[in-house]
Design a protein around this ligand. Structure first.
Ligand SMILES: [Ca+2]
Length: 272
């Protein structure tokens, strides 16, 4: 009898532990990881030719860069993905506002360069893989996707390909497929030839590189340029707030790294 009762208690304890384990598993928040696209290795000419309308001298001299294969975020990091980081104890609990434009699958905004670093640090921790921001060379190579035109679709701005602003600086605008005055849900336009969405328009994207006024002395192996003014960091891609020339593949821009704006977000890279 005693033996039977002990066996019953042991079995009950076992079931209880199993149920607790299952409940914990069910309650554990799913880790939301950005979808990625593998970018093939290759070489490209970085910078703009003098024929690019709206070019600035910081885009020269043009130079050949070799790129190793890497994985890049198919979309900008979204509010959903950012909030998974906060829910998982990362990102220093920073919960950015959205100005009432919507969260979910819209790109996260009001994140500075350090916030973006906190996000990739969290991703690296939960996945045991190496996540980071794109280098400026990786970004331009991925944005061009084999093209040499000013924009990856041609030589002039076009609201059918991206969400950007009015011709007169600086305000949002609606035209063609671009039906958003402010940010748009990621993936609202066709991807480029590498399968990347929103590489230009919607929000500017923080990059790893320090600010430099031209390409004299820039790396040619695709690595981040960590000399220059590292209190400021490079950004790429233009945004809902700016005019078309900001969406050119070669367009460069930098800002102090601690600024949080409603036209800046980021996308991630995972090393292969
Ligand atoms: Ca727009």
């Amino acid at each position: 009898m005693i033996k039977t009762r002990s066996a019953f208690l042991a079995m009950a304890a076992c079931c209880l532990l199993t149920q607790v384990a299952l409940a914990q598993k069910a309650a554990a928040p799913a880790v939301k990881i950005p979808e990625m696209v593998v970018i093939p290795s290759g070489q490209f000419i970085m910078g703009s030719p003098t024929s690019d309308r709206g070019r600035v001298n910081s885009e020269s001299p043009q130079h050949m860069v070799s790129i190793k294969s890497f994985a890049m975020g198919k979309y900008d990091v979204t509010f959903d993905e950012w909030e998974a980081c906060v829910a998982g104890g990362g990102c220093k609990g920073h919960m950015p506002g959205d100005r009432g434009w919507g969260r979910g699958n819209r790109p996260v905004i009001y994140v500075d360069w350090d916030d973006a670093q906190n996000y990739v640090k969290w991703l690296s921790g939960v996945t045991s893989q190496h996540w980071r921001l794109p280098t400026e060379a990786e970004w331009e190579y991925a944005a061009r996707a084999g093209t040499t035109s000013a924009y990856y679709w041609g030589d002039s701005g076009n609201h059918d390909y991206a969400n950007y602003g009015a011709d007169e600086c600086c305000q949002g605008a609606k035209l063609g497929k671009d039906q958003w005055i402010n940010t748009s849900p990621v993936g609202s336009f066709e991807p480029n030839k590498f399968g990347l969405y929103d590489m230009v328009g919607n929000v500017y994207q923080w990059l790893q590189d320090c600010a430099n006024d031209n390409y004299q002395g820039a790396p040619t192996d695709g690595s981040a340029w960590l000399k220059g003014d590292c209190e400021a960091r490079e950004l790429r891609g233009g945004s809902w707030y700016f005019f078309q020339e900001n969406l050119r593949s070669a367009m460069r821009f930098y800002l102090p790294s601690m600024l949080r704006f409603n036209f800046i977000g980021f996308r991630v890279v995972r090393e292969l």
